[in-house]
Ligand binder design. Structure first.
Ligand code: R5P
Length: 368
């Protein structure tokens, strides 16, 4: 090449241009960004795509993003069918599904099978990467063999099925227990959690002597400890027992309640609301607490939770409940004036972008 041309080329290759070329190169290595959703995951996927399109703020983003929604349907015999109406070969797919969707008639099992069939459809049609985006990981609570009941370890089974279907990565929000990642073997599981969200939500209580943070059971204690340290608050832990599946007994709450008037309770989920009801009542009647604030990553919108939360708010000092939209929330819960639903769309959009480009995800959540 004549020397003049090299000089001209160097002039042309500004740092900005080089960065752009590198981004394009990575784009082609990684494949085109494709967001897809099964029916139950469509609401959240739409919000995430809208949020993704607004991302800038220092993030390297692509404008070349494809979105296909509602890719599953039911045959008349009840079987599930997934069809992909576009070419997906080479794509970097992020597949959304809300495994539990209390706003629809679809069951957890139907949603799970739709997710698995969709993953397989992408796999068989040449997608390069298939990341499952499952904000609420159903079947995760049976994560170890239960004594004498001969139940299957369903958390393990679901991981096996997802891998067999073709999933190459999972993104989940606050799964019931962190060790679940081990069930996925070499498949990366990006586990996001509500710590930063709750720290932000309850920052107004920082350093107050009359406030205590309470873990409803041993499983929540580590999370509560991190939260307490961040907001300079003392912690307590409840001893919980379930005499029957829907019943909860709190035998004691271990912690120093002297001078405490306000309790912040943090849990991974509100299912039937039994844990919340038993704990809040005990805090109010036996520990001198006057106000309770509850943060839960997932609200399953099922069972007696609505009536229990309403009663606790009316009679027992439950002031505020903060949940996320990891599970589509029913209108019944949406209309509760003391329940606040925080959207995960921003965190998921940023996470997807960082996974797509191979950047650190933890930086999104733990900015120094
Ligand atoms: C239990 O281990 C979980 O962390 C939750 O505390 C529990 O699943 C909540 O269920 P429920 O609302 O039915 O008591």
């Amino acid at each position: 090449m004549p020397q003049g041309s090299v000089a001209a080329m160097n002039d042309f290759l500004t740092p900005r241009k080089l960065a752009q070329m590198r981004a394009e190169e990575m784009e082609s290595e990684r494949g085109r960004l494709l967001i897809a959703s099964c029916c139950s995951g469509t609401r959240l996927a739409r919000e995430v795509v809208a949020r993704y399109r607004e991302l800038s703020n220092g993030e390297q983003v692509t404008s070349d993003i494809l979105f296909i929604e509602n890719i599953d349907r039911r045959f008349s015999d009840g079987e599930t069918c997934v069809r992909l109406d576009i070419h997906v070969g080479g794509a970097d797919v992020f597949l959304f599904q809300s495994l539990l969707d209390p706003t629809s008639d679809l069951t957890v099992d139907q949603n799970y099978i739709a997710f698995l069939i969709a993953a397989r459809a992408f796999r068989e049609n040449g997608a390069q990467h298939i990341t499952g985006v499952l904000p609420y990981l159903a079947y995760a609570r049976q994560d170890k063999p239960t004594k004498f009941t001969r139940e299957a370890t369903t958390a393990r089974l679901m991981a096996d099925l997802a891998i067999a279907a073709g999933i190459t990565r999972q993104i989940v929000w606050d799964p019931h227990c962190g060790q679940i990642r081990g069930f996925y073997g070499p498949i990366p599981v990006t586990t996001l959690e509500s710590l930063t969200l709750f720290i932000h939500e309850f920052e107004r209580f920082k350093g107050r002597d009359d406030v205590i943070v309470v873990a409803p059971d041993a499983g929540a204690s580590k999370f509560v400890t991190h939260f307490g340290r961040a907001l300079d608050l003392k912690c307590a832990i409840a001893a919980k027992h379930r005499p029957k599946p829907e019943e909860v007994e709190i035998s004691e709450i271990i912690g120093d309640f002297a001078g405490k008037r306000v309790a912040i309770v943090l849990d991974d989920m509100i299912s039937g609301g039994g844990t919340t009801a038993a704990l809040v009542r005990k805090l109010i009647t036996e520990k001198g607490i006057e106000e309770v604030y509850l943060g839960a990553s997932h609200n399953l919108c099922i069972g007696r939770a609505y009536e229990r939360l309403t009663e606790l708010h009316r009679d027992c000092g439950l002031k505020e409940v903060i949940v996320t939209d990891s599970i589509p929330q029913t209108n019944l819960f949406r209309n509760l004036p003391f329940l606040k639903i925080r959207s995960l769309s921003d965190q998921l959009a940023r996470t997807i972008n960082r996974v797509h480009y191979g950047y650190s995800v933890s930086e999104v959540f733990y900015q120094p």
